[in-house]
Structure formats: structure tokens, C-alpha cells
Design a protein around this ligand. Structure first.
Ligand code: ATP
Ligand code: MG
Length: 371
């Protein structure tokens, strides 16, 4: 019986998420930086916190790292409560936006810093520093000073310094935002390769939706101090659950409409002068009344003006994109008066020309006022 219990408990620990956040919140001088948040981050998972400036991403990361103390709630790492454990005992590696390297130390000493503070014997420390530098492809740079490195190389040193301690969780706060576009893309691939090969649980902060979509196993989309949706990149992109997520991730057309009736996921809508039927991907539609109809440009097509069930618009600008052309249209029913269509590059349309936006039967959603 005793053994059974021990086995069960070992099993539980093995199945436990890498990080469990339970009702954790944070305010600064009475202003809420993070509403109570609960989430699990699975072992080996690459989870991205995505959201606009000031939404609480760094606050959540700093709470997990232990640099901030939660007002309420509990944090667990590998099932162990860590809410009152100091940062250096949480076995977490962290990489910030500004590399935060020690300028007077060589690359090797920078990387070895966390090992020296942990009292790792010299020979082992040297071996682990070499391994970490090899992982980020900087073996030949061990004796340089940070100022003798490019921005991308400095960020790789910061990554090696975080990895060398063999953290249980790696936290990265906008690590590539200071890098130019090409370097950033290369570093994204490199980080993902290292992370996958080590099976390392990673929490990555960005406000760049492209970066989030391309790198993550799951994305937590945040706004105004809370998580608005958490899911795989395709769940977030194809099935956003609210107006904020739909407009923050990817291109979205939003039309003012009235929901006349709904049955299951089928909806009949009044769109200005016309009526349209759509099949939504939602399981719950809002109550009949004023709503926002959400449709991605890929679920819209060009239609003849006046076709029933289509939305009238006028061409404002056509932008050639090689494989297709983006038609930006003036549309009184659209939020902000603008919508966008993608059409084949050969389509010839002149600014001022009237057209109609046709809607695909599926791929749309209807958000109520509180979404
Ligand atoms: N130490 C602090 N003292 C007071 N207010 C703070 C402090 N740190 C953060 N805040 C506030 O908490 C909110 C969330 O800040 P946070 O740094 O978590 O945002 P963020 O999502 O990381 O933004 P960014 O993308 O600009 O880095 C903001 O309104 C911010 O002004
Ligand atoms: Mg931040």
C-alpha cells in the first residue's frame, strides 16, 4: 500500500505541469497590472505571452521568475509550491530584451556566472560553459568581451548564460526585439531548435503576432491585465473567441451587423440593406441584436455590386503583393470604415470603383458587445 502511494505520487509528479499558476494577481500602487490568472504550462512546451504594450506580459513573467511577489494566488514549478521561494532557487533561466551581459567579463565568464554563484566545481563549470557556447554556436568567441560582439551574438551569449544552469523553465522577455528583421528570423529558428532538442519548457514574451504564430506550441493572448484566449496558433488564428483576439492576431474584417436569429452555429444577419446567412465556428452565438461580424480576408471574395447577401464597398487602394493583390476598400459597414480583400494579382480594379464583398459560408464569427 505504501509502495502504491509512493508510486502514485511519483507518477503524479511526472505528469505535473512544468508551471502551474493559480489565481495569481498583481497590482502596483492600487493599479491592476495583472488580474487573477490561472494557467498550466506543460513540460517541454513553448508557450508565448502575446499582447500589446502594458498588458501585463513582463509582470506575469517576473512573477513566475520570482522577481515580483504575487498579491494573491499560488505558483508551482514541477508541482512544488514556489510562491515564497526566491528567484535563484526556482531553477529558472531568464533572457531579457537588453542583453544585460557584464561588460567587463569575457563571454565565457558571463556564461559561467550562474555556475560560479551555485558553487559548481571549476572543471565541470568549464565543460558546461563550452557545451552551452557550442549550443548557441559561439565556441570561438569565449575570450571576447560583449562589446566586441554583434547584437545577435550578444543575445546568444545571454541565451547560453540562461541555459548553462540547466533550468527547469526558460523565460524570455522580448529577446529579439532589438535585432534587425533577418537576424531576428534566424534567431527564432535557432531558439526553437535548441528548445526542442533540450525539451525545455519555455515561456516567451512578444508583442509580435507573427513571431508568436510561427514559434509557439500555444499562445496566451493578453490584453488589459488578463488572458483573453489561450490555444495553439491555429486555434488562435482560425477560431478567435472574442473581438480583441480576432483583431490583434492576423488581418480581420469587422462589420457592424444585427443578428436576427441563430440556430446552433448558423446565423442569419442583417448587414445594412441586405441579409446574409453564415455558419460560424462558434459553439455559442450571442443573443439576437447588434453584433460584430468577423471575417478574415481569405474568407471574403469580390462580388458584383448589388448581389444579395454581399456588402457594398469602394476600392480605395490596391497593393500588389506578388502572389496576390490586397484590395483596401472603403466600406461604411466596416469598423473604421475600411476592409481588406485578397484577390489574384491579375485582377484589375481602379480606385473609386464600386464592388461588393462576398462572404464565404464558413470561417466567420459573430461577437456580441461584451466580447
Ligand atoms: N514596477 C512597477 N511599478 C508600477 N507600475 C508598474 C510596474 N511594472 C509594471 N507596471 C505597470 O503594470 C502594467 C503592466 O506592465 P508590464 O510591464 O507587465 O507590461 P508589458 O505587457 O510587459 O508591456 P511591454 O510590451 O511594453 O513590455 C503597466 O500598466 C505598467 O505601467
Ligand atoms: Mg514587457
Amino acid at each position: 500500500m505504501l509502495i502504491d502511494t509512493a508510486q502514485a505520487s511519483a507518477q503524479q509528479t511526472a505528469d505535473a505541469p512544468a508551471v502551474r499558476v493559480e489565481g495569481v494577481s498583481k497590482s502596483f500602487a492600487g493599479s491592476v497590472a495583472l488580474e487573477p490568472i490561472s494557467m498550466r504550462i506543460e513540460r517541454g512546451e513553448f508557450l508565448t505571452l502575446l499582447g500589446p504594450s502594458g498588458c501585463g506580459k513582463t509582470t506575469l513573467l517576473n512573477l513566475i521568475a520570482g522577481f515580483l511577489e504575487a498579491d494573491q494566488g499560488e505558483l508551482y514549478i514541477h508541482d512544488k509550491p514556489v510562491t515564497r521561494v526566491p528567484p535563484y532557487q526556482r531553477e529558472i533561466g531568464i533572457v531579457f530584451q537588453n542583453y544585460a551581459l557584464f561588460p567587463h567579463m569575457s563571454v565565457a565568464r558571463n556564461v559561467g556566472y550562474g555556475l560560479r554563484t551555485r558553487g559548481v566545481p571549476k572543471a565541470e563549470a568549464e565543460r558546461r560553459v563550452r557545451e552551452a557556447l557550442a549550443l548557441v554556436k559561439l565556441e570561438d568567441f569565449a575570450d571576447r568581451r560583449p562589446r566586441q560582439l554583434s547584437g545577435g551574438q550578444q543575445q546568444r551569449v545571454a541565451l547560453a548564460r540562461a541555459l548553462v544552469i540547466r533550468p527547469r523553465v526558460l523565460l524570455l522577455d522580448e529577446p529579439f526585439s532589438a535585432l534587425d528583421r533577418n537576424l531576428r528570423a534566424a534567431m527564432q529558428v535557432e531558439l526553437r531548435e535548441i528548445q526542442t532538442s533540450l525539451g525545455l519548457t519555455t515561456v516567451f514574451v512578444t508583442h509580435d503576432q507573427g513571431e508568436a504564430l510561427s514559434m509557439s506550441d500555444r499562445i496566451a493572448v493578453m490584453s488589459r491585465a488578463t488572458i483573453r484566449q489561450i490555444g495553439t496558433p491555429s486555434e488562435i488564428y482560425d477560431h478567435p473567441q472574442n473581438h480583441f483576439v480576432a483583431s490583434f492576431v492576423g488581418d480581420a474584417n469587422m462589420f457592424r451587423a444585427t443578428l436576427l436569429e441563430a440556430e446552433g452555429s448558423d446565423a442569419r444577419l442583417k448587414l445594412g440593406e441586405t441579409e446574409a446567412r453564415i455558419t460560424s465556428f462558434q459553439t455559442d452565438l450571442p443573443a439576437p441584436g447588434p453584433v460584430t461580424l468577423f471575417v478574415r480576408p481569405e474568407h471574403c471574395h469580390l462580388a458584383e455590386p448589388g448581389t444579395p447577401g454581399t456588402i457594398p464597398a469602394t476600392v480605395a487602394l490596391s497593393v500588389y503583393q506578388g502572389s496576390h493583390t490586397e484590395l483596401h476598400v472603403d466600406c461604411p459597414l466596416a469598423e473604421g470604415g475600411r476592409a481588406m480583400l485578397r484577390v489574384p494579382s491579375r485582377t484589375s480594379v481602379a480606385p473609386g470603383e464600386p464592388l461588393a464583398i462576398g462572404l464565404a459560408e464558413s470561417g466567420a464569427a459573430v461577437f456580441g458587445a461584451e466580447d
